[in-house]
Write a protein that binds this ligand. Sequence first.
Ligand code: DX5
Ligand code: ZN
Length: 233
Amino acid sequence: MEPAIHPSILNCDVAHLARELDRVAADPSSGRAGADGVHVDVMDNHFVPNLSWGLPVVQAVLAHTPLPVDAHLMIEAADRWAPAYAEAGCHTVTAHLEASTAPVRLARELHRLGSQAGIALRPATPLEAVADVLGEFDMLLIMTVEPGFGGQSFIDAMLPKIERARRMVGRRGLELRIQVDGGVSATTIGRAAEAGADVFVAGSAVYRAPDALDAVDQLRALASAHRHGYVSC
Ligand code: DX5
Ligand code: ZN
């Protein structure tokens, strides 16, 4: 599968959210392709020590951007709140395994409501905790920083976890995509792609670049150049 780049708007200029979303969408005047999706981080100040925004802002994002919206829910009681994000029209809704009591029921509910279902793991949560239910999901999000803030350093110790996940997906013939989030940049994306990730969230690397689409193109090219390692798994 082609690598996908999903810019995270967490640290964009939220006073100009529409403009910031436009920076990563396709530009018909120049014929440039856009990002593959927009990653929206929902934080409740309980699951993580930070507060971002909730459903009304995500609805505003959905109403503005033509890109598929990938909602990353860093919130407690995910089973209760996640379905509304699917109903609102998010392409993918990702809950944390640590915040869901019935992840399989949640995945089925998200599918019934028309979205894809993702499941996220904090760095210290072992892959094995989700192994038996992976087949219920469309995407596994392996956090490569402690969730809560943009601009942190990529945790290299997550690379073997990504490799194990890629092998598991290959062995079982799953359609599952493997997303990485946190510290993804031109310096780290190659390692993550080689390990087996194929959906890359990048906040600072895209939004702090002078030209966001150039940064997206560069990240996509680096991910493509390094993806041979898992194609044959
Ligand atoms: C952090 C969020 C990320 C964050 C990534 O908990 O889940 O999506 O915005 O930002 P960077 O790419 O700057 O690490
Ligand atoms: Zn995120």
